[in-house]
Write a protein of this length. Structure first.
Length: 244
């Protein structure tokens, strides 16, 4: 999925444990993984611009510049621009809901993804769907550690019996190639057992996904892998992106 940043700070898109843990070791590489606390008086604004919704004050989020820039090279390139007027330090996130930005800031400040601690707590499949959108935002902002934290939480929700976010399948399949780790995780979660859902809500399953699912299940049958094995023997590292 391509990401384009305009001069006005507009981000556009083309079509686990439930948290990543903070590393407390003290070698130089790990120190570099923590933000700089020496300049906490400087803040910037992230603006959520969801589709088909009017902007209001709830869509604006203040964040310490040092934290935002430490974790996202995209935000760092934008906010460190010497030609930018300090009054206009606002970064627009098109197609992003306020819930998604809340989850982003939650991770930036705590290194945790806890969907229970946002203002509009989603229920059912919407929980997983919110995480899908967070993974996509993390990719746009080039935050691989957050992407991997989301993968852990998506699997943790599934392990607790939460539904697979099938409402997000078309969005993911239209935006990402077959090798994409999020796309592969959702495919394999569907293979682990949805039974009647395929006939109950067929409109939620893209044709490409069903073809990939057929191939995947055929290979599983040939290897003697059961649906139970698929659910219980998930190696999350297969769905991680490399971290710097």
């Amino acid at each position: 999925m391509a990401t384009t940043i305009s001069g006005s700070g507009v981000l556009t898109q083309s079509p686990s444990p439930s948290a990543s843990t903070v590393d407390t070791s003290t070698n130089n590489e790990d120190v570099d993984r923590d933000p700089n606390f020496s300049n906490m008086d400087e803040v910037v604004t992230l603006i959520a611009e969801p589709h088909h919704r009017e902007l209001d004050t709830k869509n604006k989020f203040m964040v310490h510049k040092s934290f935002a820039c430490h974790y996202s090279p995209v935000l760092k390139d934008f906010f460190d621009n010497e030609n930018m007027n300090r009054r206009f330090r606002k970064y627009h996130l098109h197609g992003t809901s306020s819930n998604t930005v809340q989850l982003l800031l939650q991770w930036i400040y705590t290194q945790k993804v806890d969907i229970r601690k946002i203002s509009e707590q989603p229920e059912g499949e919407v929980k997983s769907q919110s995480l899908v959108f967070l993974w996509v935002l993390a990719e746009k902002l080039q935050i691989p550690r957050l992407q991997n934290a989301v993968i852990r939480e998506l699997q943790a929700l599934r392990d607790r019996g939460e539904p697979v976010p099938t409402l997000s399948l078309k969005y993911v399949y239209e935006g990402f190639p077959p090798a994409n780790p999020l796309r592969r995780l959702l495919l394999h979660q569907c293979a682990g057992g949805l039974s009647e859902w395929y006939t109950h809500s067929p409109e939620q399953f893209p044709k490409d996904m069903l073809l990939e699912l057929t191939v995947y299940l055929s290979e599983a049958v040939q290897s003697g892998t059961s649906a139970k094995d698929m659910r219980e023997n998930t190696n999350l590292s297969d769905y991680f992106v490399p971290e710097a």
